[in-house]
Design a protein around this ligand. Sequence first.
Ligand code: IDP
Ligand code: MG
Length: 139
Amino acid sequence: MAGNKTFTMIKPDAYEAGNSGAIIKMIEEAGFKINAAKLTKLTAENAGAFYAVHKERPFYGDLVKYMSSGPIIAMILEKDNAVEDFRKLIGATNPAEAAEGTIRKMFAKSIEANAVHGSDSDENAAIEGSFFFAQTERF
Ligand code: IDP
Ligand code: MG
């Protein structure tokens, strides 16, 4: 059975552009409830650890630099079928390929600076949520 939690970050480009509020509004209107939220800034070391699965990809170095370049908003979100429904709401990694009406289509600047993160499995949602939040910070 699909889980009811996913993890997201509003990435530095979207935060810097002042799109955090509009993105959170879209997330809530799509039926997700905020279970935990935090405005923070990743160190290069933390960004590298978070994206360790991409270590061998050519864009890894740039990704780490970008993700530690400014504040992000980390959130755990709750909804039935959370992981799959959230990936649908954010759209494809490359905004040029993202469907109309998706968060990345509306707010992403590039394939790298693509406005939001969304977990790709229930297992990773749990790991990524724990990366940012203690049990006492979750509601
Ligand atoms: P996802 O965020 O849609 O799950 P992933 O393939 O997991 O996409 O990649 C993680 C992040 O790495 C992307 O959201 C994006 O910021 C960056 N990224 C992915 N592919 C590329 C690329 O080809 N060039 C530059 N950055 C990329
Ligand atoms: Mg991914």
